[in-house]
Design a protein around this ligand. Structure first.
Ligand SMILES: Nc1ncnc2c1ncn2[C@@H]1O[C@H](COP(=O)(O)OP(=O)(O)O)[C@@H](O)[C@H]1O
Ligand SMILES: [Mg+2]
Length: 365
């Protein structure tokens, strides 16, 4: 466990970093792949690395240092199991660490829960705090917070669990009255496009809502936005400086092969989508996106890192899609790739994130 010493690491010893990965969400395998990338790239001269896997059931295991077993490929989704290493009872049993790097995506990791545990234990950790993580995870509250800050979001309808269970016809009518097809139906709290369906007419709506409900009882139906998918990486500022925005990148989906940027296009099929960083955009548009990305980060009270995803319409209008407080972080993921294009390598980025976590005080801030 970390101590409350204001100087977290003495120069004479390495900084001890616990990497938390796997976890209880549908993005378990992606998180493990991220851990593989970080384990390989982190500066071992400076950091002592403790890999801690979390199984799908929530069991913590000391995972050992073999990064290659967590690599992701089209025919191998890596997984943390109880056989992966020695089981521990949780944070209290992993021993002293200076900082925790939660490489977890989705609910029970990216949503403020693990951050709350670390806050309670007074342990320093990388990335967003409890509130920012929770808001960033929940696409409903995310939109409310963005809109409350005057930031542009598209039209949407929230489908609460009780409403769907008791008044399906009303939900279908509300969607048809308020939104134009195609719409995107998605779980409020998921990621990696899990449970997301594009629906072209009302006949497909109920099935798509049921598919989203498999991941989360709360569902969002969003108006489809025709535009380019652009992303921007935000990194907290050092020493009280303002957050930094990377050059924007673009997701280019091959629409003959995939409907949209779904799970397969994201991770499994290299031919369905391509990522470009920097995106080919007029300077003025790129600047507006970077400015909006920082404002979105600040709107949720972001710390450390986030990736802000937007749509750019054919008229050059920029609309927020979402903020990801623990974006994909493998060496080929968009977040590191955009920093690479901005002049910060993957290893430097890992170092920067850990240093940001070490300089941040614990407790209310
Ligand atoms: N409103 C929308 N209009 C157009 N495409 C969308 C919309 N919402 C989602 N998509 C498509 O679905 C993908 C996944 O949706 P997203 O909201 O980003 O969920 P996730 O959190 O799972 O990444 C997006 O990358 C995009 O390709
Ligand atoms: Mg997304």
């Amino acid at each position: 466990m970390a101590d409350a010493d204001p100087t977290p690491a003495e120069p004479t010893r390495k900084i001890r970093v616990a990497l938390l990965f796997g976890g209880r969400s549908g993005e378990h395998a992606i998180s493990a792949a991220t851990a593989a990338g970080v384990m390989k790239a982190i500066d071992r001269e400076k950091y002592d690395v403790l890999p801690v896997g979390i199984t799908r059931e929530g069991q913590w295991v000391l995972a050992g240092g073999d990064a290659s077993r967590y690599e992701l490929s089209a025919d191998h989704l890596p997984e943390v199991t109880s056989e992966t290493g020695t089981a521990v009872a949780g944070l209290g049993e992993i021993g002293h660490v200076d900082v925790v790097f939660p490489l977890l995506h989705g609910p029970f990791g990216e949503d403020g829960t693990i951050q709350g545990l670390l806050e309670l234990a007074d342990v320093r950790y990388v990335g967003c705090g409890v509130l920012a993580s929770a808001v960033g995870m929940d696409k409903h509250y995310m939109k409310l917070v963005f809109a409350g800050h005057g930031l542009p979001v598209g039209p949407y309808v929230v489908v609460q669990p009780r409403e769907w269970e008791q008044r399906q016809a009303e939900v279908v009518k509300r969607v048809s009255d308020q939104l134009a097809f195609p719409v995107f139906v998605k779980p409020a709290r998921a990621g990696s496009s899990l449970g997301v369906t594009r629906v072209d007419d009302v006949s497909g709506l109920a099935e798509a809502i049921e598919a989203a409900r498999f991941h989360d009882p709360k569902v969002l139906v969003e108006q489809g936005i025709a535009g380019r998918e652009i992303e921007c990486a935000v990194l907290g500022g050092r020493g009280g400086a303002a957050p930094r925005a990377s050059v924007p990148g673009e997701i280019v989906v091959d629409h003959d092969a995939a409907d949209f940027y779904d799970f397969e296009a994201k991770y499994l099929s290299a031919s369905q989508a391509r990522t470009d960083a920097p995106a080919d955009l007029p300077d003025e548009v790129a600047e507006r996106i970077r400015d909006l990305a920082v404002r979105a980060f600040e709107a949720i009270g972001g710390e450390g890192l986030s990736r802000v995803d937007v749509f750019v319409t054919p008229h050059g209008e920029v609309v927020l899609n979402e903020i990801n407080t623990m974006p994909g972080f493998t060496p080929i993921s968009m977040y590191p790739k955009m920093w690479e294009a901005t002049g910060l390598s993957y290893a430097e980025l890992i170092d920067e994130l850990i240093q940001l976590a070490l300089e941040r005080p614990t407790g209310l801030r």
